[in-house]
Structure formats: C-alpha cells, structure tokens
Design a protein around this ligand. Structure first.
Ligand code: SF4
Length: 500
C-alpha cells in the first residue's frame, strides 16, 4: 500500500483476513478505540438534554437536505458578496482539476493542508503531486501517515493504527525528506513527538502562500465557513497564507448560525470527548489586510445527489464525521480502517462509500456486509443515522441484482459475483414459501431424516460451519406440532369477532 490512494484495494473479506492476522494492529486498535469510546460516553452522559440535541441535529440536517438547492444558492450568493469565489465540482476529477488550476494560477508549488476528509475522498494529494505541487499535511496524525507513505485508517485519528514507538521511527527516518529533520535521540514520549512535529511544521506555516482546507459546516445565511480542529494547525493554515481554497461536500451546509449551536455541542463530545472544541475558526469571504486575500470555495457533489435521491440511504448525508460509530464498532475494532478501501472506514464508510461510488466493484459491493448489525453505531450517532437500516437496504439492493427506482430515476447497482449463491438461496426460499404443500412435505422429510444430516456443510458452506454448529432439527415440524396442540376456548372480542 503506497502512493497515497486506496485504488486497487481488495474486497473487505480478503483485506480483513490480512488485518486480523496482524496482532500489533489489533492491539493498537483495541487500546485506542476503547479509550476514546469510554471518554465519549462520559462526556455525553454529562448532558441531560443529549437526546434532544441529537434529535435537533437530525431534524436540522433533514430539513437542510430537503431544501439543499435553495440553501446552496443562498450560500453561493453570500460567499460571492463577501469577496469569495464559488466553484461547482460534479465529481472527483472535476474537483481535482479546479483546485490544481487554482494553485497553478498562484505560481506556487507547495501548499499546506488542514485535515480534510473531502480532499482524501477525491485523492487530491495524489492529483497535486501529478501536477508538480507538493501538499503538506499539517494535522499531526495526517502528517504521520504522509511521512510514512501510508493511508489514513480513522476519520478523526488517521494514524490510530500506529503506536508511539512506530511514530518515533517514522519521524526519525522520514521527516528530513520533507523539511526540518527530527531532533537527534528523539524519544517516543507524546511531548517530544509533538515538539518534533511543531518544529517541522512551523517552517511550513511561515512560508506557505497557499492553503487547502475542508469544512465542517457552511452557514448559508452569511456564507461563513466553519472548521473545527484541536491542534491549532488549522488556524495557522486558515489565516497566514495569501490564498485559501476550501473543498466541501454539498451536504455540509446549515441554514443559520443558530443551527450551528447544536453541532458545536454534539460534535466535540462525540469525536474527541471534549465539552468544547479547542480551535473553531470561522471566516466569511475575504477581509482587506486580514487573513487570506483570495478565497475559493469548491462545492463537491461526487455522488451526493444520487445518495440524496434514495429515501433510506440519504440519512448518510447527515453525517458530521465525528467517528463515534467507528470507535464502538466490533468489526472496525478488529480489522482497522484500511480494510474498507476508502477514507471513510467503519460503519459510516460501509454505507457512504457504496452510495457515493456505487457497488460496481467487489470492494464497494462487499462493504454493506462488513457489519454484525449490532446497532452500536446507531446508538452513538449524534445525528441518529440508522446505519443498520441502511446496511440492510443496501444488501437488499445488491442481492436483488440491482436496480432501485429512486424518485423517478433509475440507479443501477451491479451485483457482486460472490452473492450469486445468496440470490439463488433467496429464490429457492421464495418458491418454497409460496408453495405450502411442497414446503410441508420438505419439512416432514427433513424431520424424519434428521439423524442422517451432516453437522458440517459441504462445499462453500464449509467455511461457515467450521466455526458454527448447524442447529438440530426438532422431531416434529412446526406445522405438524401446530395441528396437534389443543386450542384454548375462544373468547368474544370487543369488536364482535372472536380471538383465539
Ligand atoms: S455516522 Fe454518525 S457516528 Fe458515524 S461519523 Fe457520522 S455522525 Fe459520527
């Protein structure tokens, strides 16, 4: 895995098998996810009105998504009036081209970046590199991943799969390739590692002329962009350079400042378990002699309007990228983020990636199955996205072979090869359940021959029964038992009919 993209990743089951064999990875993940989830639970429990905030967040997001066209145009007008320029990108290639052209127009070949999921989604660093532009990640965890030529594995903590000793080695061996080297005899204490990163990055901040950021929220009524971060690196990127380019998914919009109030309470507690976010930067267009003098906002679709067209799946667009669902997911905890083959790992990745990009690859078609459906993700989600519901919905689309009629538009979903057996089983079950005589005969036959049944399935089913026992059939089929049971005396019901 190198080169900074997720292209060519295998389907989830193959990737997970390799990840499960990595005991150090599992130890790092278990320690980190358990620590974060415990802190989050404590921070959330402090608020008596958490459920009200959660419901408010859900309703604000749903209202905004229902009127997205109106609010996007309002935002564009407000940003333009405030001195910014708005660009519309239909897909990743479009967004990469727009941003690359904007950087080229400045005449500079190095940009500093604030941590951004949207730029990861479109593979921006790779596109900039192809165009001769160096993008320097300034978030500590993103810096670690970049120095190691690795990929992020968590939304909030991209280097969650690394421990302190690994990070020290990465700094020692790779920092000098990018600028100021790591100090001699660097230890793996958090203070020393943070100081090494600070010294390295300070040089970058002070000479940067162009910065690229994402956006946590965009306020339609004033055209204001909001970025939340914890290290202060974002504040440096958003204020020091001459040119600021912000890439944001179209769903990041909120109608008013008052709406922001809800998310400034729920996002920090859900992500970093903090009562209040350490660095919240807001800006509106440009201000003479204060901050970047050129501001460009690139609004990204990249599959979002397709997702919006699906009444069940559109809930995923409420996501505020807090990562709480990752930290409680038993599958994520054991496999890590790389197995999901996209910058969006864990439960949100399992529902978002197949909707943004379709299920035409084995990897994307396998993601809705990367879950036990335990529901822990839904319980912690601060905007109440019913992730298990969407997972089942996507599985249904895939096994049905794929097309779903969505608000008058046909959305094609290509079935994965690996699910042919499942489709055949479902067709057989459908036939049996609509032919009661045949079903009764099969049940009688099954119960009378139960002593001859194998305890393990042959062929492809063998893998499933290696770790599970097939249930033992009872001596009497349910229908036969039902006919023999003695029924209680019927009692008159209030509506005049009788109930058993
Ligand atoms: S789906 Fe919910 S819990 Fe998961 S990252 Fe998004 S907002 Fe957070």
């Amino acid at each position: 895995m190198s080169g900074g993209t997720f292209m060519g990743m295998p389907a989830f089951p193959q990737a997970a098998k390799a990840a499960l064999a990595d005991t150090r990875l599992r130890a790092n993940l278990t320690h980190a996810t358990h620590t974060i989830r415990t802190k989050r639970a404590t921070a959330v429990a402090e608020l008596d009105d958490w459920n009200d905030l959660r419901e408010a967040g859900k309703q604000i997001k749903d209202h905004t998504l229902a009127h997205l066209d109106t609010y996007l145009l309002q935002l564009e007008a407000a940003v333009t009036t405030a001195g910014g320029t708005v660009h519309w990108a239909t897909d990743a290639d479009d967004a990469n081209r727009i941003i690359t052209d904007l950087v080229h127009a400045t005449g500079h070949t190095e940009v500093v970046k604030v941590k951004s999921m949207a730029t990861q989604e479109i593979g921006l660093n790779h596109a900039l590199e192809q165009a001769g532009i160096t993008a320097v990640e300034t978030d500590l965890a993103e810096l670690i991943v970049q120095l190691d030529d690795d990929l992020p594995s968590h939304i909030l903590v991209p280097a969650i799969h690394k421990n302190r000793a690994q990070i020290r080695d990465i700094f020692t061996h790779h920092m000098h390739h990018w600028g100021r080297p790591a100090p001699d005899n660097l230890t793996d204490t958090p203070a020393d590692l943070a100081e090494a990163a600070r010294l390295h990055l300070r040089e970058k901040f002070l000479r940067a002329k162009v910065a690229i950021s994402g956006a946590n929220f965009m306020i339609a009524e004033t055209g204001t962009i909001v970025v939340l971060e914890s290290e202060g690196n974002g504040r440096m990127c958003l204020t020091l350079p001459d040119t600021l380019i912000t890439l944001a998914g179209i769903e990041k919009i909120l109608p008013t400042w008052q709406d922001l109030e809800v998310f400034l309470q729920t996002l920090p507690r859900s992500s970093t378990a903090e009562r209040m976010n350490p660095y919240t930067t807001t800006w509106t267009g440009t201000t003479p002699h204060d901050g970047p003098q050129n501001f460009h906002l690139v609004l990204l679709d990249n599959g979002r309007t397709n997702t919006l067209a699906d009444p069940t799946g559109r809930q995923a667009l409420r996501c505020i990228r807090c990562s709480a669902c990752l930290n409680v997911c038993p599958v994520y905890e054991r496999t890590g983020g790389h197995t999901y083959g996209s910058p969006y790992p864990g439960p949100i990745g399992a529902i978002l990636t197949p909707q943004l990009h379709g299920t035409t690859t084995p990897l994307h078609a396998s993601l809705p199955y990367a879950s036990t459906l335990c529901g822990a993700c839904y319980d912690v989600c601060p905007v109440a996205i019913n992730i298990p519901d969407i997972l089942i919905h996507l599985r249904e689309r895939i096994t049905q072979g794929g097309s779903a009629q969505q608000q008058g538009r046909k959305v094609t979903v290509k079935p994965a090869k690996g699910h042919a057996a499942e489709r055949a089983a479902m067709r057989t079950a459908q036939w049996a359940l609509t032919h009661p005589t045949a079903l009764g005969t099969a049940q009688r036959l099954a119960t009378t021959t139960r002593r001859l049944h194998p305890r393990r399935l042959p062929g492809p089913g063998k893998a499933w029964t290696t770790t599970r026992d097939l249930p033992t059939l009872p001596p009497t089929a349910f229908r036969a038992w039902w006919k023999t049971r003695s029924l209680p005396t019927s009692a008159p019901a209030q509506n005049g009919r009788t109930t058993p």
